[in-house]
Ligand binder design. Structure first.
Ligand code: COA
Length: 260
């Protein structure tokens, strides 16, 4: 039997998903996009999953892009469908009701950076390189990269990365606001697990509301965004976790959140 395209491992509420095509630097072909879509749909549904960590197999790459060999012979309508398939996956990740951390262990190029930008937090090894090199293939980003990079890092960085097509170091990506944190490569796993473990013990409904208000508030006017924040804030008072969190503070103990 052939190796699965996405490896799945669970540990104490943390689901680790690993894109598993190391001989092709984890390039996203249609089958891998489908496997990731199924994996994220399942993580969204599974109440045992509190946080997802996404990474790439092998020592070199997170994901080195959409699969160039598979794209080479596509016609216009197939290209559009491929783009929509990738965009659907990134949107599923971005709107997942639980936090998703991209653990960037190497190249995150093209579709790889687009995949990482769909995630909520990006922890990069100091050896990682990120970029949108599609221009070098006579292409443009197709999995939402132009729009997410614009929102994360602004027009200047987006145009630099997409027009010039050259990858940047993890450190420069941090300066540009593309990644959340940069850590020494040897500590990437441990540092990511530390953050994932913290999130897995955090209040799931408040995490979900935070993701919602940032996703929705980031795309509407200030008045609507503030109203939405107040509505979600109010909703938290209907949760057991809010009572537990405030009581635990006053009783000087650690809260035990249940997601209710
Ligand atoms: N699509 C398909 N295959 C890819 C790929 C991609 N995006 N990126 C790497 N691969 C494959 C290579 O073809 C090679 O396969 P082979 O051994 O069967 O020939 C294998 O992965 C290893 O890659 P290689 O280029 O030999 O590694 P390298 O260390 O010399 O270079 C990169 C690493 C990332 C600089 C280089 O692979 C690269 O530029 N990849 C494409 C990046 C890109 O343009 N992404 C955007 C696509 S829209």
């Amino acid at each position: 039997m052939s190796e699965p395209l996405v490896l799945v491992a669970d540990d104490a509420g943390v689901r680790r998903l690993t894109v598993n095509r190391p001989d092709k630097l984890n390039a996203l072909n249609a089958a891998t996009l489908d496997a990731l879509q199924a994996a994220f749909d399942d993580a969204a549904r599974d109440p045992g999953v509190r946080v997802v960590v996404l990474t790439g197999a092998g020592p070199k790459a997170f994901v080195a892009g959409a699969d160039i060999a598979e794209m080479a012979d596509l016609r216009a309508t197939d290209g559009r469908d491929f783009s929509l398939r990738g965009q659907r996956l990134m949107r599923t990740i971005e709107t997942l009701p639980k936090p998703v951390i991209a653990m960037i262990n190497g190249f995150a190029l093209g579709g790889g950076l687009e995949l990482a930008m769909g995630c909520h937090l990006r922890i990069a090894a100091d050896s990682a390189k990120v970029g949108q090199p599609e221009i070098n293939l006579g292409l443009i980003p197709g999995f939402g990269g132009s729009q997410r990079l614009l929102r994360l890092a602004g027009r200047s960085a987006t145009l630099e990365l997409c027009l010039l097509g050259a990858p940047v170091t993890a450190e420069r990506a941090l300066q540009l606001g593309i990644v959340t944190r940069v850590v020494p490569a040897a500590e990437l796993d441990a540092e990511t697990l530390k953050i994932a473990t913290q999130l897995a013990a955090s209040a799931p409904l408040a995490l979900r509301a935070t993701l919602d208000i940032v996703n929705i508030g980031g795309e509407c006017g200030i008045e609507e965004g503030l109203q939405y924040e107040s509505a979600q804030f109010g909703l938290m008072f209907a949760t057991d976790d809010m009572r537990e969190g405030t009581r635990a503070f006053m009783e000087r103990r650690k809260p035990a959140f249940t997601g209710r």
